[in-house]
Design a protein around this ligand. Sequence first.
Ligand code: SAM
Length: 264
Amino acid sequence: MADPLDDLIAAVLAAPKYAAITPNLVRRIGAAELAKGRVLKQAVKATRNKLHQVGGAYLGGKMDYAGWARRLAAGADPAALRAECRAMMQAHASTRERLAFLEDFYAAVFAALGPVDSLLDVACGLNPLALPWMPLPPDARYYAVDIYTNMTAFCDGFRARLGRPGRIWAADVLGDPPDMPVDTALVLKTLPCLEQVDKDAGRTLLRALKARRIVVSFPVASLGGRGKGMAENYAARFAALAAEEGWRAERLSAPGELTYLVMK
Ligand SMILES: C[S@@+](CC[C@H](N)C(=O)[O-])C[C@H]1O[C@@H](n2cnc3c(N)ncnc32)[C@H](O)[C@@H]1O
C-alpha cells in the first residue's frame, strides 16, 4: 500500500514554488500534518501553507539564479561586485531589510567577535552575498545552510568564486542540524520563523549547534512592516530561554536588529 506521506511529499514538490525545497523539511512538516488526522488533500494544503510561511514568504519575484551567477562570474571590480550583491539581496525580504545598514551591522558584530576562523550561517537566505562585508581572514571557513537547493547552490558558487573555503548546502536545520564544530554561528532573524512550525525550535536549534559562540538576532518589525512591541517581546522571551539554559547572552549594539552574542 502507498504511504500517504510519500504521496504528500510528491504532491507538495510537484508545485514549482516548492520544488526546490529540501524533501526532508517537506517530510517533517507533512508527517506532523498527517498526524493531526488530516486527509491527504488537507495535509498537502497545510504543508504548503507552512512552507510558504517559513520560506516562500521571504522570496520576491523571480529568483534568476542562473542569470545572477553569470553576472557575478563576470570580472567585476570589488565595488561593482558589491553593487551586484546588493541588487540581488533585494530579492529576499530578510537581506533586503538589512541593506540600509549592512556595513554598520557587520562592523558591529565582528567588532564584538574579534577574530573568527570558521563561521556557520544558519538559515542563511541570501546572506552569503553579504560575505564581502564580513571582515573574515582569507583562510576562514564559511558554511551556510537553508532549505532551498537552488538558492544554496547559487550561493555556494558565489562562495567558490570568492575563493572562500567552506560549503553552502540545503538542509532542514531542525531535522538535520549542521554538525561541524565552528568558532561562531550566525542565527540571524530566524528563530521566530522556525518557531512558526515548532514552538520549541529556538531552544532545539541553539542546543544542537556545535559553535563556541552564537550571534542571534531578531527582527524589530514583521514582514508586513508592523513592529509595535516586537523587540520587547522577543527580548523578554530570549532572556527567559537563555536563563533557563544557563547561556550568557550579551546584547550587541548592532543597528536594525535586536542582536545578541550567546555563549553556551
Ligand atoms: C527570516 S529569514 C532569515 C534569513 C537570513 N538569516 C537573514 O538574516 O537574512 C529565515 C530563513 O530561514 C529559512 N528556513 C526556514 N526554515 C528552515 C529550516 N527548517 N532549515 C533551514 N532554513 C530554514 C528560510 O528559507 C529563510 O531564508
